[in-house]
Design a protein around this ligand. Structure first.
Ligand code: ZN
Length: 678
């Protein structure tokens, strides 16, 4: 059940933040309850739903103009601000109701032309529906209980039972002018109703105050929820929680690689978001998954996010099945496009024919997006859809919009206009695994890659510093505290990375630690410990990552933080230089053996960077022993400039984007002839 979260004090805060006029009062209360609605994913999700208010606004001549403030595109109800509810002159919008036809382009243009602020975002495509209803505040949601009801064949009887004549029903029409007109006509015939059920789409309600409208959203949604609960209890259609074998995650690499190879025209690198709670795993045990997969989406705009159908794997799927099914899915999608595009005069651009959602019994629901954030958004909507399906099927049947209507939304001219040719990016959407990510250099590397649009999987032994790095990242990131020298570490890292992102594209094997000692004083135990972290941990992780990259079969990059020690030894750094020199050899050997898989292996030799390896005390000691000041010490290179961690990060980035470089070591030390390679 949904809780009424309205609170007078909080409403006041929103109103006061805007100003003292009546307009500010209306808009402030509108922003406040819009946010209340947006805060509950089961009411609206990811830019879905919209709200409005009709009020008066003064123009520059101090004339009072009747306006409607309605959610602008690109805004989310959860975080909406006053600017997200642009004001449009109301009377020209109302005039439109006299027309018999209006194209989407003309509608958008007219809405824009009547904005009070020309800088505003485009008002929602559902603006006219809000405008044609006479009420001051109007709220539109895609609440899960209403979506269940809106897709049931026996909706009329149920509405009668729950609402009597309080709720009017609007047949399915694609959002826009025609739907707005139809909804207004239906309201006119039933002017005492307190809300509208838009079949196969969602819910509208209204009020004289923002509070009244919001409380109706909650009350009416709860009425439906109550009916659902009551009727679910009396039916024992739930699946038993059958045990099925837990799958190894390596199959994800096959899916990911196959989708990437077949998405070249779309510059798309897939990232996964896997969901598997009890409700989902039970749903995935249904015997009629293949039938349900063909039914379609719970609300029209979902099709833009999750496509009309998911790809369904069988309970005992294997690699062969994955490849065949992905191929079939694409062929079916191309066919669907070819058949439906004939109805359109203008040329349509086909969208990526790969699935956005996969139902994988024993694994879960997989949302697929261009980065972690995008994949999570897809998974959220796909998850809501399976709940609507599951409950709908128990309560009488899930019958959403037909394929033709689905196509009309998916290839809507307004959506097609949004498709922009994106430049191929060698980093955006890629998944980058970075070790030693809590350290100074690791943190800079993470910042550079995450900033360029990569998903970053950050590993470090020290949780505190790792969390500090994480704070600097956007939502396309995750952390794993892990000691790389433990034998189970590589498998744990790879499995967590697959679970989180679905794969990996670039390894930046960066973790390292140095102990100062002369060779004569160096005991075997210390040297072995140094080899564990500075060589074997790189060796083991690189091997595991290579397996994933080979499975994905779309190439990849392995980058090592070597060290100038590998070629130019410094006094008392033998225990560090020995494993690092071996690491440089590993780099070359791997480059030689992985080239045939289009995997390049490179490294960075950096020197004299303020970091965990070169602490302030060490800088002080060394500069003193050389009889120079600290600044002179740090800038003693050919360019006479201090080399910082960010320069090392840039070096890794340049290797990550070079497409024809392998077995190469890039030196970043401001220039040092003795340490130069060739
Ligand atoms: Zn809607």
């Amino acid at each position: 059940m949904f809780k009424n979260l309205w609170n007078q004090k909080n409403e006041k805060l929103f109103i006061n933040s805007l100003g003292k006029s009546k307009y500010d009062f209306d808009l402030g209360s509108r922003v406040y309850t819009s946010r209340l609605i947006g805060s509950i994913p089961d009411l609206v999700m990811h830019g879905g739903g919209n709200t409005s208010c009709k009020t008066n606004k003064k123009n520059i001549f101090n004339e009072t103009i009747r306006v409607i403030c309605v959610k602008g595109s690109g805004w989310d109800l959860e975080t909406i601000e006053a600017e997200g509810l642009p004001a449009i002159k109301l009377s020209p919008l109302l005039e439109l109701r006299k027309l018999n036809k209006l194209s989407d382009e003309d509608m958008v243009n007219l809405q824009r032309a009547n904005l009070l602020d020309s800088q505003s975002p485009n008002p929602s495509v559902e603006t006219l529906l809000h405008a044609f209803l006479p009420h001051k505040f109007v709220d539109h949601t895609h609440a899960t209980p209403f979506l269940i009801l809106a897709n049931l064949p026996n909706y009329r009887k149920i509405i009668e039972e729950i609402f009597g004549s309080e709720l009017a029903v609007v047949p399915y029409i694609m959002p826009g002018f025609d739907l707005a007109k139809k909804a207004a006509d239906i309201y006119d015939l039933q002017p005492d109703c307190k809300g509208l059920l838009l079949l196969n789409h969602g819910h509208f309600t209204w009020g004289e105050t923002a509070k009244e409208s919001y409380e109706r959203v909650i009350k009416q949604t709860n009425k439906v929820q109550k009916w659902i609960n009551k009727n679910l209890n009396t039916k024992k259609h739930f699946q038993k929680n059958l045990k099925i074998e837990k799958k190894e995650l390596s199959f994800l690499s096959i899916i990911r690689g196959d989708i990437e190879k077949n998405s070249k025209d779309y510059n798309f690198v897939p990232t996964f978001d896997i969901r598997n709670d009890k409700k989902i795993s039970n749903f995935l045990l249904r015997k009629d998954l293949n039938v349900l997969a063909k039914r379609g989406v719970a609300s029209p705009d979902h099709v833009i996010r999750i496509k009309g159908n998911p790809l369904v794997l069988s309970k005992n799927f294997n690699e062969k099945e994955i490849v065949i099914k992905l191929n079939n899915f694409r062929n079916e999608y191309i066919n669907y496009f070819k058949i439906n595009k004939r109805r359109f005069k203008n040329k349509l651009k086909m969208l990526n024919p790969n699935p956005n959602v996969i139902w994988a019994p024993g694994v879960g629901l997989i949302g697929i997006g261009g980065d972690k954030k995008g994949a999570a958004l897809v998974a959220d909507i796909a998850e809501q859809n399976i709940h609507v399906m599951n409950y709908g099927e128990i309560l009488g049947g899930y019958y959403p919009i037909k394929e033709k209507d689905q196509f009309d939304i998916e290839y809507w001219s307004l959506e097609q206009a949004k498709i922009k040719k994106t430049n191929p990016s060698l980093i955006r959407g890629k998944t980058v695994l970075i070790t030693g990510a809590g350290g100074i250099i690791g943190r800079e590397i993470a910042k550079v890659f995450n900033g360029e649009g990569a998903n970053v999987f950050l590993v470090d032994k020290d949780l505190k510093s790792l969390q500090e790095t994480h704070k600097l990242m956007n939502s396309n990131s995750t952390i794993l505290q892990c000691d790389l020298t433990v034998s189970t570490a590589p498998k744990l890292i790879i499995n967590s990375c697959l679970q989180m992102f679905g794969g990996v594209d670039i390894l930046i094997s960066n973790a390292g630690y140095a102990i100062e000692s002369s060779i004569l004083d160096l005991d075997i135990k210390t040297l072995k410990e140094s080899f564990e972290l500075n060589f074997f941990s790189h060796f083991n992780l690189a091997k595991e990552v290579s397996k994933v990259l080979i499975n994905q079969s779309v190439g990849g990059k392995i980058l090592f933080n070597v060290s100038k020690q590998a070629v130019n030894p410094g006094k008392n750094f033998g225990s560090y230089g020995l494993p690092k020199a071996t690491l440089m050899f590993l780099l070359k050997q791997l480059a030689l053996e992985l080239g045939e898989y289009n995997i390049s292996v490179n490294g960075v030799n950096a020197d004299k960077i303020r970091s965990g390896l070169l602490t302030p005390t060490m800088i002080k000691k060394r500069s003193q022993s050389r009889g120079i000041d600290e600044n002179q010490y740090m800038t003693s290179n050919l360019l006479a400039k201090e080399v910082e961690a960010k320069h090392v990060a840039e070096g890794f980035m340049s290797l990550a984007i070079s497409e024809r470089t392998s077995a190469h070591v890039l030196t970043i030390d401001g220039g040092n002839i003795e340490a130069s390679l060739r």
